[in-house]
Design a protein around this ligand. Structure first.
Ligand SMILES: NC(=O)c1ccc[n+]([C@@H]2O[C@H](COP(=O)([O-])OP(=O)(O)OC[C@H]3O[C@@H](n4cnc5c(N)ncnc54)[C@H](O)[C@@H]3O)[C@@H](O)[C@H]2O)c1
Length: 271
Protein backbone atom coordinates (compact mmCIF):
# COMPACT_ATOMS: atom_id res chain seq x y z
CA UNK A 1 0.00 0.00 0.00
CA UNK A 2 1.56 3.30 -1.06
CA UNK A 3 -1.34 5.64 -0.52
CA UNK A 4 0.74 8.18 1.41
CA UNK A 5 3.87 8.12 -0.73
CA UNK A 6 5.46 11.56 -0.80
CA UNK A 7 3.36 12.83 2.11
CA UNK A 8 4.63 14.12 5.43
CA UNK A 9 2.73 13.34 8.64
CA UNK A 10 3.20 14.72 12.15
CA UNK A 11 2.03 12.50 15.02
CA UNK A 12 1.98 14.14 18.46
CA UNK A 13 2.45 11.77 21.37
CA UNK A 14 4.05 9.35 18.93
CA UNK A 15 5.85 7.63 21.80
CA UNK A 16 4.38 5.65 24.66
CA UNK A 17 4.97 5.68 28.40
CA UNK A 18 5.89 1.98 28.38
CA UNK A 19 6.74 -0.84 25.98
CA UNK A 20 3.95 -1.95 23.68
CA UNK A 21 1.54 -0.41 21.24
CA UNK A 22 -0.09 2.87 22.21
CA UNK A 23 -2.47 4.76 19.96
CA UNK A 24 0.10 7.34 18.83
CA UNK A 25 2.78 4.70 18.25
CA UNK A 26 0.41 2.57 16.17
CA UNK A 27 -0.70 5.58 14.13
CA UNK A 28 2.91 6.60 13.44
CA UNK A 29 3.87 3.06 12.37
CA UNK A 30 0.82 2.55 10.12
CA UNK A 31 1.34 5.95 8.45
CA UNK A 32 5.03 5.15 7.83
CA UNK A 33 4.17 1.68 6.49
CA UNK A 34 1.79 3.37 4.08
CA UNK A 35 4.50 5.55 2.63
CA UNK A 36 4.41 8.75 4.72
CA UNK A 37 7.53 10.26 6.20
CA UNK A 38 6.55 10.65 9.85
CA UNK A 39 7.55 13.28 12.40
CA UNK A 40 7.10 11.73 15.84
CA UNK A 41 6.63 14.28 18.60
CA UNK A 42 6.85 13.54 22.31
CA UNK A 43 7.62 15.36 25.51
CA UNK A 44 10.11 12.59 26.45
CA UNK A 45 12.88 11.28 24.14
CA UNK A 46 12.88 7.82 25.72
CA UNK A 47 9.19 7.30 24.84
CA UNK A 48 9.95 7.62 21.12
CA UNK A 49 12.71 4.99 20.82
CA UNK A 50 10.43 1.97 20.34
CA UNK A 51 8.33 3.81 17.73
CA UNK A 52 11.50 4.65 15.79
CA UNK A 53 12.61 0.99 15.92
CA UNK A 54 9.24 -0.31 14.72
CA UNK A 55 9.22 2.12 11.80
CA UNK A 56 12.82 1.29 10.85
CA UNK A 57 12.07 -2.47 10.98
CA UNK A 58 9.27 -1.92 8.48
CA UNK A 59 11.46 0.14 6.15
CA UNK A 60 9.75 3.44 6.95
CA UNK A 61 11.20 6.90 7.50
CA UNK A 62 10.77 9.00 10.64
CA UNK A 63 12.17 11.94 12.52
CA UNK A 64 11.80 12.27 16.30
CA UNK A 65 11.28 15.75 17.71
CA UNK A 66 11.03 16.44 21.41
CA UNK A 67 8.44 19.07 22.26
CA UNK A 68 5.58 19.97 24.56
CA UNK A 69 2.47 20.53 22.45
CA UNK A 70 0.86 22.68 25.12
CA UNK A 71 3.46 25.40 24.36
CA UNK A 72 3.00 27.57 21.24
CA UNK A 73 6.74 27.98 20.64
CA UNK A 74 7.26 24.22 20.70
CA UNK A 75 4.37 23.70 18.26
CA UNK A 76 5.84 26.26 15.89
CA UNK A 77 9.27 24.62 16.14
CA UNK A 78 7.85 21.12 15.47
CA UNK A 79 6.17 22.24 12.24
CA UNK A 80 9.30 24.17 11.25
CA UNK A 81 11.45 21.03 11.72
CA UNK A 82 9.08 19.04 9.54
CA UNK A 83 9.24 21.61 6.75
CA UNK A 84 13.01 22.11 7.04
CA UNK A 85 13.54 18.35 6.85
CA UNK A 86 10.99 17.23 4.29
CA UNK A 87 9.59 20.43 2.77
CA UNK A 88 5.90 19.99 3.52
CA UNK A 89 3.16 18.94 5.94
CA UNK A 90 0.16 16.91 4.71
CA UNK A 91 -1.14 15.13 7.80
CA UNK A 92 -1.39 16.13 11.46
CA UNK A 93 -2.43 13.56 14.05
CA UNK A 94 -3.22 15.33 17.32
CA UNK A 95 -2.84 12.27 19.53
CA UNK A 96 -1.52 13.74 22.79
CA UNK A 97 -3.95 13.27 25.63
CA UNK A 98 -3.43 12.96 29.37
CA UNK A 99 -5.64 11.64 32.15
CA UNK A 100 -7.43 14.46 33.88
CA UNK A 101 -7.60 15.05 37.62
CA UNK A 102 -10.34 13.14 39.42
CA UNK A 103 -13.33 14.95 40.73
CA UNK A 104 -16.64 16.59 40.03
CA UNK A 105 -17.42 20.29 39.63
CA UNK A 106 -17.64 20.42 43.43
CA UNK A 107 -14.13 19.22 44.22
CA UNK A 108 -11.87 19.17 41.13
CA UNK A 109 -8.60 21.07 41.55
CA UNK A 110 -8.77 24.23 39.42
CA UNK A 111 -5.10 24.30 38.35
CA UNK A 112 -5.24 20.63 37.36
CA UNK A 113 -8.48 21.30 35.44
CA UNK A 114 -6.80 24.13 33.49
CA UNK A 115 -3.74 21.98 32.77
CA UNK A 116 -5.93 19.12 31.51
CA UNK A 117 -7.77 21.38 29.06
CA UNK A 118 -4.53 22.98 27.95
CA UNK A 119 -2.78 19.70 27.13
CA UNK A 120 -5.80 17.84 25.77
CA UNK A 121 -7.61 20.55 23.78
CA UNK A 122 -5.59 23.76 23.38
CA UNK A 123 -2.61 21.77 22.10
CA UNK A 124 -4.70 20.58 19.13
CA UNK A 125 -5.64 24.13 18.22
CA UNK A 126 -2.00 25.22 18.56
CA UNK A 127 -0.55 22.44 16.43
CA UNK A 128 -3.23 23.12 13.82
CA UNK A 129 -2.45 26.85 13.87
CA UNK A 130 1.07 26.14 12.60
CA UNK A 131 0.31 23.12 10.41
CA UNK A 132 -2.65 24.56 8.47
CA UNK A 133 -0.66 27.23 6.56
CA UNK A 134 1.73 24.47 5.44
CA UNK A 135 -1.20 22.31 4.32
CA UNK A 136 -2.68 25.24 2.39
CA UNK A 137 0.69 25.65 0.70
CA UNK A 138 0.44 22.12 -0.74
CA UNK A 139 -3.24 22.35 -1.67
CA UNK A 140 -4.81 20.54 1.28
CA UNK A 141 -4.29 18.12 4.12
CA UNK A 142 -5.83 15.98 6.79
CA UNK A 143 -6.03 16.47 10.55
CA UNK A 144 -7.04 13.63 12.87
CA UNK A 145 -7.78 14.42 16.51
CA UNK A 146 -7.90 11.82 19.29
CA UNK A 147 -11.05 12.18 21.34
CA UNK A 148 -12.45 9.33 23.47
CA UNK A 149 -15.59 7.38 24.21
CA UNK A 150 -15.49 9.51 27.38
CA UNK A 151 -16.07 12.55 25.17
CA UNK A 152 -19.26 11.08 23.72
CA UNK A 153 -21.05 9.93 26.87
CA UNK A 154 -20.97 10.80 30.57
CA UNK A 155 -20.00 8.55 33.44
CA UNK A 156 -16.22 9.06 33.50
CA UNK A 157 -14.76 9.66 36.98
CA UNK A 158 -12.80 12.68 35.73
CA UNK A 159 -15.06 15.56 34.73
CA UNK A 160 -11.99 17.37 33.35
CA UNK A 161 -11.04 14.48 31.02
CA UNK A 162 -14.53 13.91 29.64
CA UNK A 163 -15.07 17.66 29.22
CA UNK A 164 -11.79 17.96 27.30
CA UNK A 165 -12.56 14.95 25.10
CA UNK A 166 -16.07 16.30 24.43
CA UNK A 167 -14.58 19.65 23.43
CA UNK A 168 -12.44 17.85 20.85
CA UNK A 169 -15.63 16.62 19.16
CA UNK A 170 -16.77 20.13 18.35
CA UNK A 171 -13.26 21.45 17.77
CA UNK A 172 -13.15 18.81 15.03
CA UNK A 173 -16.49 19.75 13.46
CA UNK A 174 -15.83 23.50 13.67
CA UNK A 175 -12.39 23.13 12.13
CA UNK A 176 -13.81 20.89 9.39
CA UNK A 177 -16.26 23.65 8.50
CA UNK A 178 -13.63 26.38 8.60
CA UNK A 179 -10.90 24.63 6.60
CA UNK A 180 -12.84 22.45 4.17
CA UNK A 181 -12.72 25.15 1.46
CA UNK A 182 -8.91 24.90 1.62
CA UNK A 183 -9.06 21.15 1.02
CA UNK A 184 -8.18 20.41 4.63
CA UNK A 185 -10.22 17.63 6.22
CA UNK A 186 -10.59 17.42 10.00
CA UNK A 187 -11.86 14.26 11.67
CA UNK A 188 -11.62 12.57 15.05
CA UNK A 189 -11.26 9.07 16.42
CA UNK A 190 -12.91 8.22 19.74
CA UNK A 191 -11.27 5.14 21.26
CA UNK A 192 -12.98 3.02 23.90
CA UNK A 193 -11.28 0.70 26.38
CA UNK A 194 -8.02 0.05 24.50
CA UNK A 195 -5.34 -2.16 26.03
CA UNK A 196 -2.41 0.25 25.65
CA UNK A 197 0.82 0.94 27.59
CA UNK A 198 -0.57 4.06 29.24
CA UNK A 199 -3.42 1.96 30.58
CA UNK A 200 -1.51 -1.13 31.75
CA UNK A 201 1.51 0.86 33.01
CA UNK A 202 -0.76 2.22 35.72
CA UNK A 203 -1.51 -1.32 36.89
CA UNK A 204 -4.53 -3.04 35.41
CA UNK A 205 -5.65 -6.25 37.11
CA UNK A 206 -6.69 -9.20 34.94
CA UNK A 207 -10.20 -8.86 36.42
CA UNK A 208 -10.42 -5.23 35.36
CA UNK A 209 -9.05 -6.13 31.94
CA UNK A 210 -11.80 -8.73 31.58
CA UNK A 211 -14.47 -6.28 32.77
CA UNK A 212 -13.32 -3.76 30.15
CA UNK A 213 -13.45 -6.45 27.47
CA UNK A 214 -16.98 -7.48 28.41
CA UNK A 215 -18.29 -3.90 28.68
CA UNK A 216 -18.69 -3.46 24.91
CA UNK A 217 -20.98 -5.46 22.61
CA UNK A 218 -18.18 -7.06 20.55
CA UNK A 219 -16.64 -8.48 23.76
CA UNK A 220 -13.18 -8.28 22.17
CA UNK A 221 -10.17 -6.46 23.56
CA UNK A 222 -8.98 -3.52 21.46
CA UNK A 223 -5.36 -2.45 21.01
CA UNK A 224 -3.54 0.58 19.72
CA UNK A 225 -3.48 -1.06 16.27
CA UNK A 226 -7.27 -0.72 16.05
CA UNK A 227 -6.93 3.01 16.62
CA UNK A 228 -3.92 3.28 14.28
CA UNK A 229 -5.94 1.72 11.48
CA UNK A 230 -8.77 4.23 11.92
CA UNK A 231 -6.28 7.12 12.00
CA UNK A 232 -4.65 5.85 8.80
CA UNK A 233 -8.02 5.65 7.04
CA UNK A 234 -8.98 9.20 8.05
CA UNK A 235 -5.51 10.57 7.26
CA UNK A 236 -5.26 9.13 3.76
CA UNK A 237 -7.03 9.55 0.46
CA UNK A 238 -9.48 6.68 0.92
CA UNK A 239 -11.50 9.07 3.12
CA UNK A 240 -11.18 11.99 0.73
CA UNK A 241 -14.92 12.83 0.95
CA UNK A 242 -15.13 12.52 4.74
CA UNK A 243 -14.70 15.49 7.05
CA UNK A 244 -16.13 16.53 10.41
CA UNK A 245 -16.82 12.99 11.60
CA UNK A 246 -16.05 11.45 14.95
CA UNK A 247 -15.36 7.75 14.50
CA UNK A 248 -15.79 5.62 17.61
CA UNK A 249 -13.29 2.76 17.77
CA UNK A 250 -14.81 1.11 20.80
CA UNK A 251 -16.26 -2.33 19.98
CA UNK A 252 -19.69 -0.72 20.21
CA UNK A 253 -19.28 0.66 23.75
CA UNK A 254 -20.96 4.00 23.00
CA UNK A 255 -23.75 2.44 20.97
CA UNK A 256 -25.05 0.23 23.75
CA UNK A 257 -27.08 1.08 26.81
CA UNK A 258 -26.57 -1.56 29.48
CA UNK A 259 -30.02 -2.19 30.92
CA UNK A 260 -30.36 -5.11 33.36
CA UNK A 261 -33.13 -7.57 32.41
CA UNK A 262 -34.93 -6.75 35.66
CA UNK A 263 -35.43 -3.15 34.47
CA UNK A 264 -36.76 -3.96 31.03
CA UNK A 265 -40.36 -2.82 30.56
CA UNK A 266 -42.27 -5.31 28.42
CA UNK A 267 -44.67 -3.99 25.82
CA UNK A 268 -48.26 -4.89 26.61
CA UNK A 269 -49.44 -7.97 24.68
CA UNK A 270 -51.64 -7.11 21.72
CA UNK A 271 -55.29 -8.21 22.20
N1 LIG B 1 -5.55 4.16 25.72
C1 LIG B 1 -6.85 4.24 25.81
O1 LIG B 1 -7.52 3.33 26.29
C2 LIG B 1 -7.54 5.48 25.30
C3 LIG B 1 -8.94 5.52 25.32
C4 LIG B 1 -9.58 6.65 24.84
C5 LIG B 1 -8.85 7.71 24.33
N2 LIG B 1 -7.48 7.65 24.33
C6 LIG B 1 -6.76 8.80 23.78
O2 LIG B 1 -5.81 8.34 22.83
C7 LIG B 1 -4.68 9.21 22.83
C8 LIG B 1 -3.43 8.38 23.01
O3 LIG B 1 -3.51 7.69 24.22
P1 LIG B 1 -2.54 6.49 24.62
O4 LIG B 1 -2.97 6.09 25.98
O5 LIG B 1 -2.50 5.44 23.58
O6 LIG B 1 -1.16 7.20 24.72
P2 LIG B 1 0.09 7.02 23.78
O7 LIG B 1 0.69 5.65 24.01
O8 LIG B 1 -0.32 7.39 22.40
O9 LIG B 1 1.14 8.04 24.42
C9 LIG B 1 0.95 9.40 24.47
C10 LIG B 1 2.31 10.07 24.52
O10 LIG B 1 2.05 11.46 24.65
C11 LIG B 1 3.16 12.02 25.31
N3 LIG B 1 2.80 13.34 25.84
C12 LIG B 1 2.06 13.61 26.95
N4 LIG B 1 1.95 14.94 27.12
C13 LIG B 1 2.60 15.52 26.08
C14 LIG B 1 2.84 16.87 25.70
N5 LIG B 1 2.36 17.90 26.43
N6 LIG B 1 3.55 17.11 24.57
C15 LIG B 1 4.05 16.09 23.82
N7 LIG B 1 3.86 14.78 24.16
C16 LIG B 1 3.16 14.50 25.27
C17 LIG B 1 3.52 11.01 26.38
O11 LIG B 1 4.87 11.16 26.79
C18 LIG B 1 3.23 9.66 25.68
O12 LIG B 1 4.42 9.08 25.20
C19 LIG B 1 -4.93 10.23 23.94
O13 LIG B 1 -5.48 11.40 23.40
C20 LIG B 1 -5.94 9.53 24.83
O14 LIG B 1 -6.73 10.42 25.59
C21 LIG B 1 -6.81 6.57 24.82
Amino acid sequence: MEELDGKVAIVTGGGSLAAGIGNGRAAAVRLAESGARVVIVDIADRNMAETQELIAERGGECLSVRGDVSLPDDCAAIVRRAVETWGRVDVLVNNVGVAGPPGTAVDVDLDAWDACLRVNVTSMMLMSRFAIPRMRAVGGGSIVNLSSAAGLIGGHPSLAYSTAKGAIVNLTRSMAAAHGPDGIRVNAVAPGYMYTPNVYAQGLSEDDRERRRLAAPLRTEGTGWDVGEAVLFLAGGRSRWITGVVLPVDAGLTSALAVPDSMTVQSPRPH
